[in-house]
Design a protein around this ligand. Sequence first.
Ligand SMILES: [Zn+2]
Length: 83
Amino acid sequence: MGICFNCGGFFTFNPERVPSIRVRRDGSGNLVRDLKATKEPICRSCVERANPIRIARGLQPIEILDGAYDPEPDSDFDLEGDE
Ligand SMILES: [Zn+2]
């Protein structure tokens, strides 16, 4: 679970598979692309909104991998032990 860096919405994702961007906010809160920034997860609706814009600009659409928005496999369910 985490917060979408783009819209601030709370969403569930698998950190291994979720689409992410390397951006940071500058002093006035604007997003700036920065290849040295940490990767920030992006929610499905933001990816779906971004893709037509990317295609219109001649960029590759962001691919959503299978399971990208499934809960993390490594969850508390494992704690129900084998006693
Ligand atoms: Zn979002």
